[in-house]
Design a protein around this ligand. Structure first.
Ligand SMILES: [Zn+2]
Length: 243
């Protein structure tokens, strides 16, 4: 991970109550690794103008809609789901909580029983699952295909939370790699997104967040978009437990 993408909590003047902001994204940079999928291109940030010749810097940026830390719109897995430009902003912005899956094999699938131990409030609106996978495996090939994903019973548990709008995770895929193949419906994506929820994948730095925080994570408003890299920011007040 490039150094600039690991950002310690920064005091932002103007935020109320001495709040701290934490960058939860991997960043986007040329040649960065991505999920080994035929529908994702190589990521490039290529100069098309430079200061010597053009007296300005400009670039052409190439990335797939599911590159780096990114958002999934319902339409990604549901042919009747909302595209990015139709998802209400309130899905991406608001109070959120982190659940930390401790005392388990990081790479193991996440089951309902793992989530039941986390005392998730019935009215939670935005939920981030912290497995430790990004912090231990980013930069390794295993990060992409051997990490934790949601088992079917965990997806069933989550879709029953009546107010849940957003689910985030610090691994690259809420589905098993074996279920992520062209021509095959990814079952957990379909289950979660067809409920109208949105998803954030490949989050990082989530261990720096308190259990309750304020999330700001809107992706680009791509008309008809199925997903897009984004830069989720977690905001909290160090002296308290919330922003
Ligand atoms: Zn995705």
């Amino acid at each position: 991970m490039p150094e600039q993408s690991i950002v310690d909590g920064i005091h932002i003047p103007g935020l109320p109550n001495e709040c701290v902001a934490v960058d939860l994204s991997t960043g986007i940079y040329s040649g960065m690794p991505h999920y080994p999928s035929p529908y994702l291109p190589e990521i490039a940030v290529a100069p098309t103008a430079n200061h010597n010749s053009h007296k300005r810097a400009a670039t052409t940026i190439t990335f797939g809609s599911h590159s780096g830390t990114h958002a999934d719109a319902p339409w990604h897995a549901d042919p009747d789901g909302l595209a990015l430009d139709r998802v209400p902003l309130s899905h991406w912005i608001g109070r959120a909580m982190v659940v930390r899956l401790a005392g388990r094999n990081q790479a193991a699938p996440i089951h309902k029983k793992d989530l039941e131990q986390c005392a998730i409030p019935e009215d939670v609106e935005r939920l981030i699952i912290a497995t430790g996978w990004c912090e231990s495996q980013w930069g390794c090939d295993a990060y992409w295909t051997e990490g934790p994903y949601l088992a079917g019973d965990a997806a069933d548990f989550l879709v029953k939370l009546p107010n849940l709008l957003l689910l985030g995770i610090d691994s690259p895929n809420i589905d098993a790699a074996a279920d992520t193949r062209m021509g095959v419906t990814a079952p957990v994506h379909r289950r979660i997104l067809s409920r109208g929820m949105v998803v954030l994948e490949s989050l990082c730095n989530v261990s720096r967040l308190p259990d309750a925080f304020f999330l700001f994570a809107p992706p680009l408003r791509i008309v008809g978009g199925d997903g897009c890299p984004c830069r989720p920011i977690g905001i909290y007040r160090p002296s308290g437990n919330d922003a």
